[in-house]
Design a protein around this ligand. Structure first.
Ligand code: ADP
Ligand code: MG
Length: 238
């Protein structure tokens, strides 16, 4: 299982409120895309779900259990960042196994789990390489593999493809989506790219200035945008 519930979530930096009471319900296995213009609070919202940012108000729950004050490492959540944040001095194998090592998983078990994930991502031949010896797409796969290996209930992606060229981006969209469907892991995926949102999402959340403007399927948003902002963002005639 892995339902995610955000209840009246708020975040202020000093006197500036950047997330203004957000409510989102995500079903188990759902792929939800969070879109909105730069600076609207997408990363902040994701970081609160991950526990990397304190919450000013409201709650985050997984499977109905409130985890608002649970430490990031104790949440069943894995995050893939835009810049990948791979350890440059670790091989691919070590990058992917590091969190398991920290969690005290025995070495032979780590080797086995990493090998299985590497295979599912086409990385078997690259396990002994270092990040600088990989292409952008391969680095992206390692970052994804590092997230998968712990078997999280929830994946968080923060603009994971924005450093890739257009062609690779299209390929990685379907790779990420088919992997997610195969694993059935509930996912929240942030992008400012409406094409990405319309083609990948089960459900889209449109955020503007820290407020949810609309939540719906790509078709809902296209056919029945809640307002002109959503309409122009999604690209349908207002
Ligand atoms: P997005 O990911 O949608 O581009 P962010 O979540 O990064 O937006 O930022 C939302 C707003 O919060 C922006 O105005 C940003 O400047 C502000 N912000 C983000 N992080 C901090 C921080 N650590 N301190 C102060 N302001 C911040
Ligand atoms: Mg961001």
């Amino acid at each position: 299982m892995g339902t995610v519930t955000l209840r009246n979530l708020k975040k202020s930096f000093g006197v500036v409120e950047v997330i203004k009471g957000v409510n989102i319900d995500i079903d188990d296995g759902e792929f939800v895309i969070l879109v909105g213009p730069s600076g609207c609070g997408k990363s902040t919202l994701l970081r609160m779900v991950a526990g990397l940012e304190d919450v000013t108000g409201g709650d985050v729950a997984i499977d109905g259990q409130v985890i608002t004050n649970v430490a990031p490492k104790d949440r069943d959540i894995a995050m893939v960042f835009q810049n990948y944040a791979l350890y440059p001095h670790f091989t691919v194998e070590k990058n992917m196994g590091f969190s398991l090592k920290l969690a005290g998983v025995p070495k032979d078990q780590i080797t086995k789990q990493v090998a299985a994930v590497a295979q599912s991502l086409g990385l078997t031949d690259y396990l002994q390489r270092y990040p600088k010896e990989l292409s952008g797409g391969q680095r992206q796969r390692v970052a994804t593999g590092r997230a998968i290996v712990r078997n999280p209930k929830v994946f968080l992606f923060d603009e994971p493809l924005s450093n890739l060229d257009a062609k690779l981006r299209v390929q990685m969209r379907s790779e990420i989506r088919s992997l997610q469907q195969r694993l059935g892991v509930t996912s929240i995926y942030v992008t400012h790219d409406q094409v990405e949102a319309m083609t990948m999402a089960d459900k889209i959340v449109v955020l503007r200035g820290g407020v949810v403007e609309q939540i719906g399927s790509p078709l809902d948003l296209y056919d029945r945008p809640a307002n002109t902002f959503v309409a122009s963002f999604i690209g349908s005639p207002a």
